[in-house]
Every structure is written in C-alpha cells, then in structure tokens.
Design a protein. Sequence first.
Length: 350
Amino acid sequence: MAYSLAFSRGRRTVPGVVADTTRAAAELERRRLRTFLDERGPADYGPLRALAYLVLRVPVGLLGGVILFLLAYGAAMAAELAASWWITGDYMDGIPPTPWIVVYTAVFGLVLLFLAVQGLAGVAALERTVARRCLGPSPLEEYERRIARLSVTRAQVVDAVDDERRRIERDLHDGVQQRLVALGMLIGRARRAGDADRASDLLRQAHEESARALEDLREVAWRVYPAALDGEGLRAALETVAERSPLPVEIGYAVPERPPRAVETAAYFVVCEAVTNAAKHSGASRVNVDVTGSATMIGVRIEDDGSGGADPAGGGLAGLARRVAALDGEFAVSSPPGGPTLITANLPCG
C-alpha cells in the first residue's frame, strides 16, 4: 500500500516532456495487453507510475525474449537433428538413431517444450500483475471507489423501492380501487331496485365485478412478490411468468443449485419486466429466456424479436439496472431500431 501511495503522491513530479512520452508509451502497452492478453482493467495512473511500469517492463520483456529465443533455437535444432537422422543420413552428433535414442531425445525435447510454454505463461501473468499494480488503481483507491459505488447503488436501491411503491399505488388506484367503487355502486343500485329481476341482474354484475377486482388484486400481489419464488424457487416462478404472458415465452434454465434469495428475486424481476415490456411495447411474437449459472454467478439473458428501440433510461429498465447494481452485478440492454432487443444481467452469488 505504501508503494502505491508513493506513486499516487508523485504523479506530477515528472517533467512535462518525459511525462507525455511515458504516458503515450504506457497507453501503447495497455493496447497491446488488451489485444493479446485481454487485460481490460481501468486506467488510473500518473506519469511516475507510467515510468515505473516501463522500467519494470524491460526485464520482463527481456525474460520473455530469452524464452522465445530458446524455444525457436530448440525447434531449429530438433528439425536439424530429425533431418540428419532420417533424410541426409549425416548424423550431426555421430550417434545413429536407435529406438532408445529417439525416445530419449523426444522425451527430453517435450520436457523442454513444456518448460518453455510454462515460462511464457508465467511471463504473461507477470506482465498482467505489473500492469495492474502500476497502471491500475492502488488498493486504497480501489477500496475508496468500491465504497463510493456502494453508496451510489444504495441510494439507487432506495429510489427503486420508491418507484416500485408508486407503481403499486398506481395499480391499486387505477385498477382495484376503480373496480371496488363500481362494485359498491352495483350493490347500492341492487338494494334500491324495486324489481326482483332487476336486483338479481345487478347482483350478478356485482359478482362478476368482484371476481375481476380479485383478479386485479392477485395480479398486483404477484408483481410485488410471487409466492412461487419462496416455495418452489426461481424456475417455477419463471414458468409461471411464461404461462401468464400473452406471448410465447421459452424458458431455458441451467443452474445447478438454488441461488441466494436476493439473487433469485433480482433475476425474477429482470425476466418479468423484460417479458412485460416485450408484450406491451415491442410488437414481438416470441421471447426467449435463458438463465445459466454456477455457484458464484447467475446469468440472465432475455431476447425478443420485436421492433427494438427500448430506452435503457426508461423507468422500468432503469429500476432493474439499479436493482442489479445493488448486488454488485452487471446489467445491459441492446435494443437497436428494428430489433431484436437483448437484455442481460450477471448477478454474483457470493
């Protein structure tokens, strides 16, 4: 940590020309690492840390060059030895290729090849480590970033909960409450009706209205939290979503063990919101849902063949992004005009 703090404090102690040169060279190195080693860590370094990386990179590069040279030299010697044994007949070592000599030489060469490959893998790992220490954030800076990110996601979760409460209030006000008002009016009219047939007809309408109100109430309760999620798990809850959807929904589920409750809940609402949006807004004819994962990560993928154009900043999708971020997960939406719409979420289980 003291090593990283020293670099952090000395970021602006390097002269301007040297600073620009070292930073440009460090950027070239980052591109090389991203291209060949798939190293995509965040860049957070000053001129002094870039200079330190370039200095440390010299012996690492020399070590890798030596290993490559030895590998090429060994391959050339093996080719020359094989040619002298089986093509020219001019034994370069004066020893004829008896079966035991061939086996011994082949085994020895394979051992050297294995060591060379392991050496190259070690050099690549060393390059990653040096790049992360010098060109990435220090442990203290990473810790501070994580605290800041958690503070933001915590506030976003509070906003998401408030949005959910407002949505529930709207559903109750616009659906259940209106039906209960109509039910009360029908019962009142039935009480005042002088004709028995008229009263019977009004009571029949009231009974139908009560059934619709009960169905709306069940729908609201299901959106708040489905009972199947607690009892039977995520797979059963998603199958119920598919059954209730007006669109054909194909569910693919490949999770070896039951995820934590918070992860199940987040995955369920991601699928539920995506399927609802596809049914209401996209004009899709089908939806494919794939849930995969392991003991450490759950991946959710929802794709529809609709017209696309979904806005990631919209209320529903933005709320899902906040819900996923609260679990330190990743959420992405791809919805170009003309479709298809693809929504993915990766949720850590640890």
